[in-house]
Design a protein around this ligand. Structure first.
Ligand code: UGA
Length: 436
């Protein structure tokens, strides 16, 4: 595999992980971000994202002289660093009507058209609506520049591992010889990896990304509804999920019940797929139902907390354990924990939140208080609601928490606690997906 010169635009989860992984593979990478403070931090060797192995990988790339950071796009594109490949890894937030807002991708495309020397290929790694590669071609105004669609499938909390051990590599290209050659050049980056490389057209590659995330959303909502059914019929979702997951056509992942699925990707991409279908006059009731089920799941968990509190939340102190959308990340974007907390607050509960990593997005004087440890959060609470599956929650001193609480009741919406051990500490435990 020849070493390439690569520019990565955007130093978020996808951009930074991609840049550091490519540098670790021996390529010369310049990563550019408009956020000057972020670039200054990265240059000083600090990685703000909570992501295992990423700080070490970034440091190693910098030490080897293979990973540079800049806030100026020309520095990443012009001599002495003209790239062979330009990875576009900028955000595409949820826009009007659920469609992804591609304005940042479009602005980058215009800049690339002006600045990029001949011989490079544009690689779209951002999650973009079907048709974006063609739109980017138009905005570039440079028929000489191939545009490839190369979606990313990494998960937060295992981003480096996922980048190094991908399940599959999807590369979409146009039909011109230049596009085809660029697709092969991109595929050559991955010859050392065991993952299958799927070469497709641009539209298929773009759709695969949305289809994958929406499928996961459907699977998760299916599991959450099964969990409700388990509670009703005396079954256990742990056993049912294992029994399902052993079928290779179903697979074990994403069958754990929860207060709902969230994060920066699944909700946004599910809405975007629905919007795409709507623009083509195609109903997609299955995907719509996954979203509605997710909303219902937030309510179902809030109802469990209210029941545990004795039927009324007004003025009742609730300790919320976990704010991040899943364990292993500080990210609270579209977090189910926040959604449930909002429902509790709307019913008058007084919330104290503890999360080992997530910052307080509401601001300290807003609608909930934060505690810097789980024991302070539990003081005088009527219910502890476990909403994120941080493993440390299972290792807490629950006997102490039981003593600190006003009325010792725990709602474990992630099934990470041992109910018998907690009950031995004097706590009443309600969980999800287990019938009595
Ligand atoms: C998701 C996809 O899993 C990645 O494949 C994709 O690349 C990524 O979006 C993206 O588009 O960038 P991520 O957002 O990191 O990754 O989150 P997941 O691990 O999929 O979790 C999503 C939500 O589902 C979380 O709230 C999590 O707690 C919940 N979940 C997950 C469950 O409720 N049960 C499970 O069994 C698994």
């Amino acid at each position: 595999m020849p070493a390439r010169k690569i520019a990565v635009i955007g130093a978020g989860y996808v951009g930074l992980t991609t840049a550091a992984t490519l540098a670790a593979a021996g390529h010369g990478v310049t990563c550019v971000d408009v956020d000057r403070d972020k670039v200054a931090e990265l240059r000083a060797g600090r990685v703000a994202l909570l992501e295992p192995d990423l700080p070490e990988l970034v440091a190693a790339g910098r030490r080897a002289g293979l990973l540079r950071f800049t806030a100026r796009l020309p520095d990443a594109l012009l001599p002495p660093h003209p790239p062979d490949l330009v990875f576009v890894c900028v955000p595409t937030p949820r826009g009007e009507g659920g469609a992804a807002d591609v304005s940042i991708v479009e602005a980058v495309a215009r800049d690339l058209g002006r600045l990029l020397p001949p011989g490079a290929a544009v690689v779209l790694k951002s999650t973009v609506p079907v048709g974006t590669a063609d739109r980017v071609r138009g905005l570039l105004r440079r028929p000489d520049l191939p545009v490839l669609s190369h979606p990313e499938f990494l998960s937060e909390g295992s981003a480096v591992h996922d980048c190094r051990h991908p399940d599959r590599l999807v590369i979409g290209a146009g039909t011109t010889p230049a596009d085809r050659a660029a697709a092969r050049r991109l595929a050559d980056l991955y010859t050392d990896l065991a993952a299958p490389v799927l070469l497709t057209g641009n539209a298929s590659a773009e759709l695969i990304k949305y289809a994958a995330n929406a499928f996961l959303a459907v699977k998760l909502s299916y599991a959450n509804t099964l969990a409700e059914l388990c509670e009703s019929v005396g079954a256990d979702i742990g056993d049912v999920g294992r029994g399902l997951g052993l079928d290779p056509r179903i697979a074990p992942a994403h069958l754990r019940p929860s207060p709902g699925w969230g994060g920066p990707c699944l909700p946004k991409d599910t809405h975007a797929l629905l919007d795409l279908a709507r623009t083509r006059q195609i109903g997609f009731p299955l995907v719509r139902a996954a979203l509605e089920t997710n909303d219902r799941q937030h309510h179902r968990i809030a109802d469990k907390v209210r029941t545990a509190a004795g039927g009324c939340l007004d003025g009742v102190r609730i300790a919320v354990y976990g704010l991040a959308f899943k364990a292993g990340t500080a990210d609270t974007r579209d977090s189910p924990a926040l959604a449930v907390a909002r429902l509790l607050h709307a019913q008058g509960a007084e919330l104290t939140v503890y999360d080992p990593a997530a910052a307080n997005p509401a601001g300290p004087d807003d609608w909930y208080q934060t505690a810097d440890n789980p024991y302070t959060a539990a003081k005088a609470a009527t219910v502890v609601a476990v909403l994120t599956e941080w493993p440390e929650f299972a290792r807490l001193d629950w006997a102490l928490i039981s003593q600190l609480m006003h009325r010792p009741h725990v709602v474990d919406a992630r099934r990470i606690l041992d109910p018998e051990a907690l009950e031995a500490c004097g706590l009443t435990v309600s969980t999800v997906g287990r019938g009595t």
